[in-house]
Design a binder for this molecule. Sequence first.
Ligand SMILES: *Cc1c(COP(=O)(O)O)cnc(C)c1O
Length: 478
Amino acid sequence: MSTPIRFEPVLGRVLQHAVAHLDGVDERPVGATTSLGDLRARLGRALGSEGVEPTRVIDELVEDVRGGLLGSAGGRFFAWVIGGSLPAALAADWLTSAWDQNAVLYACSPAEAIIEEVCGAWLKDLLGLPATASFAITTGCQMAHLTCLAAARNALLARRGWNVERQGLAGAPPIRVLANGQRHGSIERALCLLGLGSDSLVPIPADAGGRIGAEDLRAALARLEGAPAMVVLCAGDINMGAFDDFEAVIPVAHEHGAWVHVDGAFGLWVRASEALRDHARGVEGADSWATDGHKWLNVPYDAGYAFVADSEAHRRSMSLRASYLTHATEARDQMDWTPEWSRRGRGVATYAALRELGRAGVADLVERCCRHARAIVAGVGSLPGAEIVWEPRINQGLVRFVDPRPSATEGDHDAYTDAIIARVVASGDAFFGGTTSGGVRCMRVSVCSFRTEEGDVEIAVAAVKRALEAAASGDGER
Ligand SMILES: *Cc1c(COP(=O)(O)O)cnc(C)c1O
């Protein structure tokens, strides 16, 4: 007789480890404290022929990753655009793994199909998108772009009598993609994956506020002489959180028959706040929208959301029928809308996050992050040797540090900025990243976590202050 399988010991142990990680996150250094070599040596254990008892697998895993995890679950992580995990969302994500359903078809997991259906309706309502738009829950904004732009490719070519899913792209009318010059790299990657190629990109230069001009777009569209076109706009670019002027630009694109896609990875969430909604005024007039759950909504990785106004173009670009599958007639089969086949029930964590926060909670989360971003930029900007480059309109700001030597050049200021960022990260008190904006190196201040509080702002500003003082006193390397 085989011994019965017992989950309780290993899941109980994981609960302890997880709580220790989450409760201790603000006490540990925010950055990594171990090296590449150490991690390889620790984790690169020999794969023995005998298996290992589950609780020991988990204990040793926790031991081996020590110092190799960043503190992005805490309140002082301000690099990239990375949120934490809300308690209900994290718990629901664990349940998703325990349930281990294949969220591909209604028939494979009726409950998870309905959970996604409900998420789609809630999200469109919160973000102020057309209730009739189709949606998909993807692994992130990258795949949401791929999903939306596949629908765009289908629709633009169908209008010219070309069935791209059947005929492919060879011989098809070439599509041009006019995009805000400050677009995220995931747009280009979606174009590569869709066979449009990065050469299809026609960047439209953004002004100092990160927006493209309606007249520039009109001229660029006219130069296409009727060729099928996509226009890709920003709802929150990664350096400034800039929004295109949707009300001015979308009608110009539509006059030319172009498909307008919006990259709203985090910025689209301003739509949930009455105070901030106006930044994205008119965005509902686009043809497709991509955003993330794992950034500003604070669900665990990974979750992105795609929405398409022309739901039939979306379905035509993804749907496939196979004789061994059981397709639903009344319910929604997720694979009609997502690029994945077998997939995790990634709607469950989103459902839980939205329930935990409610409408007011989402608005409060978004507004709080913006407030903290402004406070960090103001606090750091008032320090001797620091300059504000971009005051946050939403949750993204930029500062730079000025090399105090009288003969210092622009290049020296750039290097000095990187050196200060490195010092702050090495302090373990806060974690920031760098970027180049308007030709100068800057420290990005990006606030996305529900856990960031006033105290974290103070600690972060103090960490930058100490880094500047140490650098000015010539302590260690410049
Ligand atoms: C993060 C980000 C993306 C990519 O999203 P993933 O979820 O990482 O795939 C695209 N655009 C913008 C503006 C982003 O901030």
